[in-house]
Write a protein that binds this ligand. Structure first.
Ligand SMILES: [Zn+2]
Length: 128
């Protein structure tokens, strides 16, 4: 699961780790190198295990997680979900190199067709 989040990710990460939820930060270096890039790439991405999500969501709610509103990347993600891109895959976006890639659920009739992928960061879709 990817949270898009500005540089306040550290306290959040500390909090989650104190609850024994493993976290990984992405794009941290980019943001540190050039803070102005942060907005362009949607901030720092905090990754947790899918299985930790319910637990993490509870924690985020309990600390009044403020990153929910007006988040363009999150909006993209929801657009993707609405179009059926719901399966997280280990791929990188050919446009922005984001790892937040989703594909549609496979149907039996779609097995031998190219799969279509969606980037939750820039909204790019492509088939492979
Ligand atoms: Zn992209």
């Amino acid at each position: 699961m990817t949270f898009t989040y500005p540089s306040e990710a550290y306290p959040l990460m500390t909090k989650l780790e104190s609850e024994e939820i493993e976290c990984m930060l992405f794009d941290e270096l980019t943001v540190l190198t050039d803070p102005f890039i942060s907005n362009a790439i949607g901030g720092v991405k905090l990754k947790i295990r899918e299985t930790d999500l319910p637990h993490a969501t509870k924690i985020l709610k309990s600390i009044n997680f403020a990153g929910e509103k007006e988040n363009p990347a999150k909006k993209k993600l929801q657009e993707g979900f609405a179009k059926g891109y719901v399966v997280r895959v280990e791929k990188y976006c050919p446009k922005c190199e984001s790892a937040g890639i989703y594909r549609k659920r496979l149907s039996l009739s779609g097995l031998f067709k190219p799969k279509s992928y969606f980037c939750s960061d820039c909204g790019y879709t492509w088939e492979e």
